[in-house]
Ligand binder design. Structure first.
Ligand SMILES: Nc1ncnc2c1ncn2[C@@H]1O[C@H](COP(=O)(O)OP(=O)(O)OP(=O)(O)O)[C@@H](O)[C@H]1O
Ligand SMILES: [Mg+2]
Length: 243
């Protein structure tokens, strides 16, 4: 059964038809990549699913529940996590504390001071494990290079224990040599934890290697979808080369 289903999603910004009638279904644990040229509507689509934007029309169901009008923070509670094209991390906290914020917010952050030391230690252990999985050093975020910040953003999304995670260009700004390993680690963690993913990615080698399914967006619409063979499609190649 699909964990996420969207029908007829539209989001216009004035004359710009950013998302223009998108329907899609994501299966449990499925790794779906969204590709397409700049401005084709990928981030807008992610924003509609996360609740950062509300659609002009269309419906979104998550685990059978209509979430079309639900605000973003409530979608997080239901199990939709996300990372950002530009990492949203707290500059003046350490990498560890950033992840701790996510973990502790899972069950209501305001109650942190009533927690026992044991529970806090559990959260700390969990945060340390995520740092280790992604090889993120324990440092002030302001001192971390871009690549590590991107990963921290992904780790924070995973710390919320989502059922579905939306990752907007998780490997952008990460060096070519490191990209494959980074996505390999992300893919492994997602499989292990049975988390479905919608990933916006510009590196077609990565897309071909890790995706269960690929959605090609063009002018706010899904032009093609399928396995990695869609990347060989004549029309898809033509629009992606313009990228
Ligand atoms: N808040 C906004 N206000 C006005 N126009 C917007 C807004 N957000 C996006 N757009 C426009 O909508 C279209 C789709 O943008 P979107 O950011 O979704 O594309 P994208 O596929 O993520 O591009 P990129 O690959 O560059 O990240 C673009 O023409 C963009 O300029
Ligand atoms: Mg984008």
């Amino acid at each position: 059964m699909g964990i996420l289903k969207a029908e007829g999603l539209k989001k216009y910004f004035g004359e710009v038809h950013a998302v223009d009638g998108v329907s899609l279904e994501i299966k449990d644990g499925e790794f779906v990549s969204v590709v397409g040229p700049n401005g084709s509507g990928k981030t807008t689509l992610v924003n509609l699913i996360s609740g950062a934007l509300l659609p002009d029309s269309g419906v979104i169901y998550f685990e059978g529940r209509n979430i079309t009008k639900l605000p973003a923070h409530q979608r997080v509670k239901l199990g939709i996590g996300r990372s950002f094209q530009i990492p949203m991390v707290y500059e003046f906290l350490s990498s560890l504390d950033n992840i701790l914020v996510s973990i502790l917010s899972r069950n209501g952050h305001s109650r942190i001071f009533h927690r026992t030391v044991d529970k806090f230690e559990g959260a700390r252990k969990e945060a340390m494990e995520l740092l280790k999985i992604f090889s993120i050093p324990l440092k002030l975020v302001a001192e971390l290079p871009h690549g590590h910040r991107k990963l921290l953003d992904v780790a924070m999304a995973l710390a919320l224990q989502p059922r579905l995670v939306l990752l907007d260009e998780p490997t952008s700004g990460i060096s070519l040599e490191e990209r494959d390993q980074v996505m390999g680690t992300i893919a492994e963690v997602l499989k292990e934890r049975k988390i479905a993913a919608v990933i916006v990615e510009h590196d077609m080698d990565i897309v071909a290697e890790y995706s269960d399914r690929i959605l090609v967006m063009h002018d706010g619409k899904i032009l093609k979808e399928g396995g990695k063979e869609v990347l060989e499609d004549e029309e898809v190649r033509r629009i992606l080369i313009g990228d």
